[in-house]
Design a protein around this ligand. Structure first.
Ligand code: DC
Length: 210
Protein backbone atom coordinates (compact mmCIF):
# COMPACT_ATOMS: atom_id res chain seq x y z
CA UNK A 1 0.00 0.00 0.00
CA UNK A 2 1.29 3.46 -0.90
CA UNK A 3 0.47 6.23 1.57
CA UNK A 4 0.96 9.70 0.07
CA UNK A 5 1.21 12.57 2.55
CA UNK A 6 1.35 16.19 1.44
CA UNK A 7 1.13 19.50 3.24
CA UNK A 8 2.82 22.83 3.87
CA UNK A 9 6.01 23.42 5.88
CA UNK A 10 5.83 22.59 9.60
CA UNK A 11 2.37 21.02 9.36
CA UNK A 12 3.48 17.88 11.22
CA UNK A 13 3.41 15.70 8.07
CA UNK A 14 6.97 14.42 8.57
CA UNK A 15 6.35 13.24 12.13
CA UNK A 16 3.09 11.63 11.04
CA UNK A 17 4.71 9.95 8.02
CA UNK A 18 7.46 8.41 10.18
CA UNK A 19 4.95 7.06 12.69
CA UNK A 20 2.68 5.60 10.03
CA UNK A 21 5.64 3.93 8.32
CA UNK A 22 6.71 2.32 11.59
CA UNK A 23 3.18 1.25 12.47
CA UNK A 24 2.39 -0.32 9.10
CA UNK A 25 5.91 -1.68 8.55
CA UNK A 26 6.54 0.33 5.36
CA UNK A 27 9.66 2.16 4.14
CA UNK A 28 9.47 5.96 4.42
CA UNK A 29 10.82 8.67 2.15
CA UNK A 30 10.89 12.31 3.21
CA UNK A 31 10.96 13.78 -0.32
CA UNK A 32 11.80 17.27 1.00
CA UNK A 33 15.26 15.84 1.76
CA UNK A 34 15.85 15.27 -1.98
CA UNK A 35 15.23 18.95 -2.76
CA UNK A 36 17.29 19.98 0.26
CA UNK A 37 20.16 17.77 -0.98
CA UNK A 38 20.03 19.38 -4.44
CA UNK A 39 20.20 22.83 -2.80
CA UNK A 40 23.13 21.81 -0.58
CA UNK A 41 25.04 20.37 -3.56
CA UNK A 42 24.72 23.73 -5.34
CA UNK A 43 25.73 25.74 -2.26
CA UNK A 44 28.74 23.46 -1.62
CA UNK A 45 29.83 23.97 -5.24
CA UNK A 46 29.47 27.76 -4.86
CA UNK A 47 26.68 27.84 -7.50
CA UNK A 48 23.63 30.06 -7.55
CA UNK A 49 20.36 28.39 -6.47
CA UNK A 50 18.76 29.85 -9.61
CA UNK A 51 21.34 28.14 -11.89
CA UNK A 52 18.93 25.74 -13.62
CA UNK A 53 21.54 23.68 -15.49
CA UNK A 54 23.61 23.11 -12.34
CA UNK A 55 20.48 22.30 -10.31
CA UNK A 56 19.26 19.75 -12.88
CA UNK A 57 22.73 18.12 -12.98
CA UNK A 58 22.79 17.95 -9.16
CA UNK A 59 19.33 16.33 -9.13
CA UNK A 60 20.34 13.77 -11.79
CA UNK A 61 23.44 12.66 -9.88
CA UNK A 62 21.96 12.71 -6.37
CA UNK A 63 23.31 9.94 -4.15
CA UNK A 64 21.07 8.41 -1.46
CA UNK A 65 24.08 8.38 0.92
CA UNK A 66 23.89 12.14 0.98
CA UNK A 67 20.40 12.17 2.53
CA UNK A 68 21.73 11.61 6.06
CA UNK A 69 23.82 14.81 6.03
CA UNK A 70 22.82 16.81 9.16
CA UNK A 71 23.24 20.07 7.19
CA UNK A 72 20.07 19.19 5.29
CA UNK A 73 17.94 19.89 8.38
CA UNK A 74 17.17 23.44 9.42
CA UNK A 75 15.12 26.25 8.00
CA UNK A 76 17.86 27.84 5.83
CA UNK A 77 18.12 24.66 3.74
CA UNK A 78 14.32 24.42 3.63
CA UNK A 79 14.20 27.88 2.08
CA UNK A 80 16.97 26.98 -0.39
CA UNK A 81 15.12 23.74 -1.27
CA UNK A 82 11.94 25.69 -1.91
CA UNK A 83 13.84 27.81 -4.49
CA UNK A 84 15.38 24.89 -6.43
CA UNK A 85 12.15 22.87 -6.25
CA UNK A 86 10.33 25.43 -8.41
CA UNK A 87 12.51 24.35 -11.37
CA UNK A 88 10.81 21.85 -13.67
CA UNK A 89 14.05 20.09 -14.65
CA UNK A 90 14.89 19.41 -11.00
CA UNK A 91 11.43 17.96 -10.37
CA UNK A 92 11.62 15.79 -13.50
CA UNK A 93 15.03 14.41 -12.47
CA UNK A 94 13.73 13.42 -9.03
CA UNK A 95 10.46 11.91 -10.22
CA UNK A 96 11.76 8.45 -11.23
CA UNK A 97 13.73 8.18 -8.02
CA UNK A 98 10.60 8.79 -5.94
CA UNK A 99 8.46 6.44 -8.06
CA UNK A 100 11.01 3.64 -7.75
CA UNK A 101 10.91 4.08 -3.97
CA UNK A 102 7.10 3.99 -3.99
CA UNK A 103 7.21 0.81 -6.09
CA UNK A 104 8.68 -1.30 -3.24
CA UNK A 105 6.78 -4.64 -3.02
CA UNK A 106 4.90 -3.87 0.22
CA UNK A 107 4.41 -0.22 -0.69
CA UNK A 108 5.78 2.87 1.05
CA UNK A 109 4.99 6.10 2.83
CA UNK A 110 6.16 9.27 1.02
CA UNK A 111 5.71 12.79 2.30
CA UNK A 112 6.16 16.05 0.42
CA UNK A 113 4.16 18.59 -1.57
CA UNK A 114 3.12 16.76 -4.76
CA UNK A 115 3.03 13.08 -3.77
CA UNK A 116 -0.72 12.58 -4.14
CA UNK A 117 -1.03 14.89 -7.14
CA UNK A 118 2.04 14.03 -9.28
CA UNK A 119 4.42 11.40 -7.87
CA UNK A 120 1.86 8.75 -6.82
CA UNK A 121 -1.52 9.75 -8.28
CA UNK A 122 -2.75 6.14 -7.77
CA UNK A 123 -1.77 5.92 -4.08
CA UNK A 124 -4.27 3.91 -2.03
CA UNK A 125 -4.28 6.55 0.69
CA UNK A 126 -3.74 10.29 0.27
CA UNK A 127 -3.53 12.56 3.27
CA UNK A 128 -3.17 16.33 3.21
CA UNK A 129 -1.83 17.47 6.57
CA UNK A 130 -2.18 21.14 7.35
CA UNK A 131 -2.50 23.66 10.21
CA UNK A 132 -2.91 27.42 10.44
CA UNK A 133 0.23 29.39 9.54
CA UNK A 134 0.27 30.87 13.09
CA UNK A 135 0.18 27.43 14.72
CA UNK A 136 2.89 26.10 12.38
CA UNK A 137 5.03 29.14 13.20
CA UNK A 138 4.48 28.57 16.95
CA UNK A 139 5.63 24.95 16.61
CA UNK A 140 8.68 25.83 14.51
CA UNK A 141 9.53 28.68 16.92
CA UNK A 142 9.38 26.28 19.91
CA UNK A 143 11.47 23.69 18.06
CA UNK A 144 14.18 26.22 17.11
CA UNK A 145 14.28 27.56 20.69
CA UNK A 146 14.63 23.99 21.98
CA UNK A 147 17.58 23.45 19.62
CA UNK A 148 19.31 26.56 20.99
CA UNK A 149 18.53 28.63 17.87
CA UNK A 150 16.29 31.40 19.26
CA UNK A 151 14.56 33.41 16.49
CA UNK A 152 11.74 35.96 16.81
CA UNK A 153 8.27 34.43 16.33
CA UNK A 154 7.43 37.09 13.71
CA UNK A 155 10.48 36.08 11.64
CA UNK A 156 9.44 32.41 11.76
CA UNK A 157 5.89 33.31 10.69
CA UNK A 158 7.18 35.46 7.81
CA UNK A 159 9.42 32.58 6.70
CA UNK A 160 6.49 30.13 6.73
CA UNK A 161 4.20 32.50 4.79
CA UNK A 162 6.92 33.12 2.17
CA UNK A 163 7.54 29.37 1.77
CA UNK A 164 3.77 28.62 1.53
CA UNK A 165 3.41 31.24 -1.22
CA UNK A 166 6.41 29.96 -3.21
CA UNK A 167 5.40 26.28 -2.93
CA UNK A 168 1.76 26.97 -3.83
CA UNK A 169 2.22 29.59 -6.56
CA UNK A 170 4.89 27.88 -8.71
CA UNK A 171 3.97 26.44 -12.11
CA UNK A 172 5.73 23.08 -11.62
CA UNK A 173 3.71 20.73 -9.36
CA UNK A 174 2.40 23.38 -6.97
CA UNK A 175 1.28 22.44 -3.47
CA UNK A 176 -2.42 21.63 -3.62
CA UNK A 177 -4.88 19.15 -2.14
CA UNK A 178 -5.42 16.10 -4.38
CA UNK A 179 -9.10 15.61 -5.20
CA UNK A 180 -9.22 12.28 -3.39
CA UNK A 181 -7.10 13.30 -0.38
CA UNK A 182 -8.39 13.35 3.19
CA UNK A 183 -7.47 16.62 4.90
CA UNK A 184 -6.18 16.39 8.47
CA UNK A 185 -6.04 19.83 10.08
CA UNK A 186 -3.66 19.58 13.04
CA UNK A 187 -4.17 23.16 14.28
CA UNK A 188 -5.83 21.82 17.44
CA UNK A 189 -4.55 18.22 17.30
CA UNK A 190 -1.44 16.91 19.03
CA UNK A 191 0.80 14.34 17.29
CA UNK A 192 -1.07 11.43 18.92
CA UNK A 193 -4.51 12.66 17.80
CA UNK A 194 -3.21 13.30 14.26
CA UNK A 195 -1.79 9.76 14.18
CA UNK A 196 -5.12 8.26 15.31
CA UNK A 197 -7.00 10.27 12.68
CA UNK A 198 -4.59 9.03 9.99
CA UNK A 199 -4.77 5.35 11.02
CA UNK A 200 -8.58 5.54 10.84
CA UNK A 201 -8.24 6.65 7.21
CA UNK A 202 -5.60 4.01 6.34
CA UNK A 203 -7.50 1.19 8.07
CA UNK A 204 -10.64 2.27 6.24
CA UNK A 205 -8.79 1.77 2.92
CA UNK A 206 -7.74 -1.76 3.82
CA UNK A 207 -4.40 -0.95 5.46
CA UNK A 208 -2.87 -3.73 7.53
CA UNK A 209 -0.20 -3.50 10.19
CA UNK A 210 3.02 -5.02 8.90
O1 DC B 1 9.22 19.31 3.44
P1 DC B 1 10.46 20.21 3.47
O2 DC B 1 10.31 21.42 4.34
O3 DC B 1 11.69 19.44 3.80
O4 DC B 1 10.62 20.71 1.96
C1 DC B 1 11.57 21.68 1.57
C2 DC B 1 11.15 22.32 0.26
O5 DC B 1 11.25 21.35 -0.79
C3 DC B 1 9.72 22.81 0.22
O6 DC B 1 9.59 24.16 0.63
C4 DC B 1 9.30 22.62 -1.23
C5 DC B 1 10.18 21.50 -1.71
N1 DC B 1 9.48 20.23 -1.87
C6 DC B 1 8.77 20.05 -3.04
O7 DC B 1 8.69 20.97 -3.84
N2 DC B 1 8.16 18.86 -3.31
C7 DC B 1 8.22 17.85 -2.43
N3 DC B 1 7.63 16.68 -2.72
C8 DC B 1 8.92 18.02 -1.20
C9 DC B 1 9.53 19.23 -0.94
Amino acid sequence: MVIAIDGPAASGKGTLAKRLALYYGLPHLDTGLLYRAVALTLLDAGRDLADEAAAAAAAQSLSPDFLGDPRLRGSAMGEAASIVSAQGAVRAALLDWQRRFAGAPAGAVLDGRDIGTVVCPDAAVKLFVTASAEERARRRHRELGGRGEPVAYEAVLADILRRDARDADRDAAPLRVAEDAVVIDTTSLDAEAAFRAATRVVDGRGGERG
